[in-house]
Design a binder for this molecule. Structure first.
Ligand code: TXE
Length: 498
């Protein structure tokens, strides 16, 4: 390791983490060793927690909720802790980005940008804690007044994936905390380090013990037990549609816990002939390559107007060939490693299916050999028909499929021809087309002449099989509340019994 800057090369030995329950670090017997997907060397060891560990964490979160040590604070009190957490994250930005890049394989520059976004999440969450409010009804007649209270839902289980371990965490945690809930977090087994580091940050910021607990371990054992737990009031799950479905069954078979689900996507990017084609090509290259396409909002279906399709694809190929695929710890890298071996195999398999199904490979199409780690070149297929697997399935890799359209109606129809509805974008200089398409495409997030832009003020979540509910912003806080109607009689009651 470089002695002057410890964040430029992988550690010489794996760092061991405990897990975090009731404000205390605990040790466990068995460990899970994680190798950096960019380097192939061990970087972290986390505990394979047991279901008993999980039960202890839920119990701690329940006690912390019931005695109101957190929900009993004013919004300003909770917001103050969140603002301090933002400051600490600012101080520890490079360190957290380093562990994120090591475990996930994403470029360090991108990881640092993500931590900046996470800081903003805490700042917005702090404001939301103070602004959260209910409603009142002054319309029920002179003798009745109605108030609508928002109360925290209780103990929240939070299951997060490996593609944005810290970002997805921070798009939820500040808003859950703003609402007054307590929680048990189960990060992906391959990317748990930064979720554990957040426990240090929140403790230093003054969060009471038991409010934020982290249990590490497998999805099959710990994730499943959390989703089935009868003492968890709400579960926020981000991951595959298949596991999302199993969470729905688990909730129904246990206590009908409320669910927030952010699942897969197969997101369209619609390019009209009247757009700025240079801008649109840059957006398309970014939209499919950012985070190696392992992004639920990756724009993986290019829907381009036929009259400019050839010109646009040529422009796009030129741009995609210039993308710098490289070592995640190299500050110049734009596209890093594929996070898991399983995901790497899945992506290569889809590329092979695209070729076998008769799509035309325009660029990329295979692994990039950097001597260590697993990397895949940004890939573009043209001549894709809507029934091909590469056009229908979420590949979760840097593989873009181009399809062509002739009319606005065709474009909308193609964009909506998917079971998913997470995100979409349109590129045009015509305001009528932009508004028509943004109103007709069924997706939770929509961009006009940009892609993956936004801030934690804006809600995120999906239509159709992309999920339930919304995260972030005031909408995100409200998801973690219950609404209670309070009716107040004014004056003397009109008696029922004469
Ligand atoms: O996801 P899993 P995987 C999609 C993407 C990817 C595919 C498979 O298409 O190729 O899913 O990825 C926990 N009960 N997305 O297999 O298994 C697991 O430990 C409860 C899209 O890694 O869904 C991890 O913490 N939890 C997505 C989390 O679920 C369980 C992000 C996600 O893992 C569980 C990731 C169970 N039975 C993958 N089994 C997005 N929307 O961004 C596993 N888990």
């Amino acid at each position: 390791m470089d002695q002057n800057n410890p964040f430029l090369s992988p550690p010489t030995a794996a760092r061991t983490f405990g897990f975090f329950v009731d404000g205390q670090w605990r040790e466990g017997g068995e460990h899970f060793e994680r190798a950096s997907p960019g380097h192939g060397t061990p970087v972290t060891r986390t505990v394979r927690c047991s279901v008993d560990d999980l039960n202890a964490a839920v119990c701690a979160a329940r006690n912390a909720f019931e005695d109101r040590r957190w929900s009993g604070l004013s919004g300003a009190g909770r917001g103050g802790v969140l603002l301090r957490a933002a400051e600490i994250l600012r101080r520890r930005r490079d360190e957290i980005a380093y562990w994120e890049a090591l475990e996930n394989g994403k470029p360090i520059a991108q990881a640092r940008g993500e931590i900046d976004h996470c800081i903003a999440c805490f700042e917005v969450g702090a404001g939301a804690a103070r602004m959260l409010h209910g409603d009142s009804f002054n319309s029920l007649g002179d003798d009745l007044f109605g108030m609508v209270l928002r109360e925290p839902i209780g103990v929240v289980g939070l299951i997060t994936p490996w593609n944005f371990p810290f970002l997805i965490l921070c798009e939820r945690v500040p808003f859950i905390l703003a609402s007054g809930c307590t929680m048990v977090v189960k990060p992906s087994e391959v990317t748990s380090a930064t979720t554990l580091l957040l426990a240090e940050v929140l403790t230093e910021a003054g969060l009471p013990a038991g409010v934020y607990n982290v249990i590490t371990g497998s999805g099959r054992v710990i994730g499943q037990a959390l989703s089935e737990h009868p003492d968890v009031d709400m579960l926020s799950f981000t991951g595959s549609t298949a596991v999302g479905r199993s969470c729905v069954h688990a909730a129904a078979d246990s206590n009908f816990k409320k669910l927030g689900l952010e699942l897969g996507g197969k997101n369209p990017i619609i390019v009209f002939a009247d757009s700025d084609l240079e801008d649109a090509a840059d957006g398309a290259a970014f939209g499919i390559s950012f985070n190696t396409g392992q992004c639920c909002v990756s724009s993986s279906r290019l829907i381009v107007e036929r009259s400019v399709a050839a010109e646009f694809e040529k422009l796009l190929v030129e741009k995609m060939k210039k993308i710098r695929v490289g070592d995640p710890l190299d500050g110049a890298t734009q596209v890093g490693a594929i996070t898991t071996e399983a995901q790497n195999a899945t992506i290569l398999d889809y590329i092979a299916r695209g070729k076998a199904d008769g799509a035309t490979l325009l660029t990329g199409g295979g692994a990039v050999d950097l001597g260590r780690g697993q990397y895949i070149a940004p890939t573009l297929f043209s001549g894709v028909s809507r029934d091909m697997a590469i056009a229908r399935d979420e590949i979760f890799g840097p593989v873009l499929c181009s399809m062509h359209f002739d009319t606005v109606e065709d474009a909308i129809q193609l964009a909506n021809d998917t079971v998913y509805g997470l995100a979409a974008s349109v590129w045009t200089k015509n305001i009528d087309k932009a508004l028509t398409v943004s109103r007709r495409v069924r997706a939770g997030r929509f961009w006009v002449n940009t892609i993956m832009a936004g801030g934690p003020e804006m809600p995120l979540g999906g239509f159709k099989q992309s999920g339930w509910g919304r995260e972030a912003g005031i909408y995100g806080v409200e998801e973690y509340t219950q609404v209670k109607s309070v009716h107040v009689e004014i004056g003397k009651r009109t008696h029922w019994i004469a």
